[in-house]
Ligand binder design. Structure first.
Ligand code: HEC
Ligand code: HEC
Length: 148
């Protein structure tokens, strides 16, 4: 039994650091995607135009190519960050309205922990609404945009 507990403790210790890194990585990637999106996609139309589109990741890949492909405006890696950011925006919009409007969400301000809690509570109202990874992404998206 002791050995089993030790094994579990070692397992947790061994795997805890990568999980922490993952959360930071997600934050940095989404923040970078937002910055790149806001500086690259505002030149011909308001940012609200792309933001109001709810598309799948594949469709965002195509859309970003249509818009800036071949112009050298972004590296492929930067394009990916923009696509990821816009995909999370779409996930949020598609799943967080229906019971109430998005404006009801967007007047609220929370710190990161607060948004993680809100997303958990909201998904509990409709189990299966978002996968665990989408819950993390949406919470981070909300913190980046409506944080305090
Ligand atoms: C060089 C100018 C230019 C840049 C830069 C640009 N766009 Fe566009 N975009 C347009 C034009 C012109 C339209 C309108 C054509 C149309 O109706 O589809 C448009 C339309 C769109 C639409 C459809 C809008 C709607 O209301 O349905 C999306 C989505 C979009 N752009 C996303 C982006 C994204 C994301 C970026 C940054 C990666 C970007 N655009 C950068 C020129 C640009
Ligand atoms: C199954 C229905 C349902 C879904 C789906 C839903 N909500 Fe809600 N939400 C509610 C209800 C009910 C309330 C409380 C009554 C109200 O404000 O309309 C609420 C309230 C809120 C509030 C205000 C809470 C406060 O304390 O000020 C926020 C923020 C919120 N929701 C965010 C979200 C987000 C983010 C999502 C998507 C992950 C989401 N909701 C999806 C039902 C839902």
């Amino acid at each position: 039994m002791k050995n089993l507990i030790l094994a579990v403790v070692l397992f947790v210790v061994a795997f805890a650091p990568p999980l922490v890194v993952k959360a930071d990585e997600l934050k940095e990637k989404l923040s970078a995607g937002k910055r790149l999106f806001e500086t690259t996609c505002n030149q011909c139309h308001p940012l609200a135009d792309p933001l109001s589109n709810e598309l799948s990741r594949e469709m965002w890949v195509d859309r970003v190519q249509e818009m800036i492909g071949g112009t050298g405006a972004l590296t492929p890696e930067q394009e990916n960050l923009v696509v990821d950011y816009l995909t999370v925006n779409s996930t949020y919009k598609a799943n967080c309205r229906g019971c109430h409007g998005l404006q009801e969400v967007e007047v609220v301000r929370h710190d990161r922990k607060g948004w993680v809690e809100v997303v958990k509570e909201e998904v509990a109202k409709k189990p299966g609404l978002l996968s665990i990874i989408d819950m993390k992404k949406v919470a981070e998206f909300l913190f980046i945009n409506y944080g305090k």
